[in-house]
Design a binder for this molecule. Structure first.
Ligand code: C2E
Ligand code: CA
Ligand code: CA
Ligand code: CA
Length: 280
């Protein structure tokens, strides 16, 4: 666009400028916060329809000295963009390992219990993902089978050959895979059957609609049937009401996660919740 000086090559845009400044500020603050140990993992349980706790998802939080507890969406995209995501992943995995070992020591879980970690696109693309994961879990003597890698459905369709190789290598090393936000991407169903993926997570946007939209209900039911036919666990995310819980149970869902069961909690809160909710 032309500005007053007639210099048509100038692209100065005050709104964009402000946005960029905000992003750089946030980036600087993330770097500072990593050094000051302000990030940690919260944990949200997954339960089956018998009420057994079958797993948990680790979700990163930023305990900001001025702004309080900040949720992932507000800084993960910037961390990803500025190459800081690897450090954050290591912090989350570190917390996962500490939690697993504490729960094991208290005899609250056995080796079949797994904790999920969200793997972003750039982490998944990294040739050293396996090495990074092992360097942390080995320190804590934790087996790969106790770690479930959540990648989103949209990541399955970007570079298919690479994706397949990367998944195969991690699966061979023992890691479990879950396909997050399922239903929102366009993955080729053939790949799902080709890979020993453990789990599909139905995106919250569909769970929100199962009670009052036929389309929402049908999509959820279709994903559940697909999961059954491929022998995968199907998890519903974002379950907030007992009506949703009851309907999903009737629909034969394997597991549920959401505020109805519990909000994400810090390590100590999670350990207490888990032991209080374990059937003796
Ligand atoms: P996601 O993986 O789809 O995680 C689910 C999000 O829904 C979480 O938000 C969780 O706190 C929230 N949630 C869970 N149950 C309910 C519910 O019943 N109702 C509602 N309204 N929300 C619910 P969170 O923790 O803010 O994370 C947002 C996104 O940020 C995650 O979406 C994930 O994509 C990303 N993320 C979170 N932690 C990490 C991490 O450690 N690494 C990476 N790479 N991404 C992360
Ligand atoms: Ca997730
Ligand atoms: Ca999800
Ligand atoms: Ca989601």
């Amino acid at each position: 666009s032309k500005n007053k000086g007639g210099n048509s090559s100038s692209f100065y845009d005050p709104a964009l400028q402000t946005l960029l400044e905000k992003q750089t500020e946030l980036e600087t603050d993330i770097v500072r916060a990593i050094a000051s140990d302000e990030f940690c993992a919260y944990f949200q349980p997954q339960v089956n329809t018998y009420g057994d706790v079958i797993g948990a998802e680790a979700l990163i939080r930023w305990n900001h000295p001025q702004k309080g507890l900040i949720a992932a969406n507000e800084f993960i995209p910037i961390a990803e963009q500025y190459g800081l995501i690897q450090k954050l992943q290591n912090i989350v995995l570190h917390d996962i390992c500490i939690l697993i070992n504490e729960l094991k020591a208290d005899n609250i879980i056995d080796d079949s219990f797994s904790v999920s970690i969200n793997i972003s696109q750039s982490q998944f693309n990294s040739s050293n993902l396996k090495g990074e994961l092992f360097s942390t879990i080995n320190k804590f003597d934790i087996r790969a089978q106790q770690i479930k890698l959540e990648i989103t459905e949209s990541m399955l369709s970007s570079d298919i050959d690479y994706t397949i190789r990367q998944m195969k290598e991690l699966i061979a090393a023992g890691f479990l895979f879950s396909i997050d936000d399922f239903g929102t991407g366009y993955s080729c169903l053939a790949y799902l059957s080709a890979f020993p993926v453990k789990e599909l997570k139905i995106d919250k946007s569909f769970i929100d609609k199962i009670l009052d939209s036929t389309v929402g209900f049908n999509i959820a039911q279709t994903i559940i049937s697909l999961g059954k036919s491929l022998n995968l666990e199907v998890v519903a995310e974002g379950v907030e009401t007992t009506e949703q819980y009851d309907l999903l149970k009737k629909m034969n869902i394997d597991a549920m996660q959401g505020y109805l069961i519990a909000r994400p909690m810090d390590k100590e809160g999670y350990a207490k919740w888990h032991s209080a909710n374990t059937n003796a």
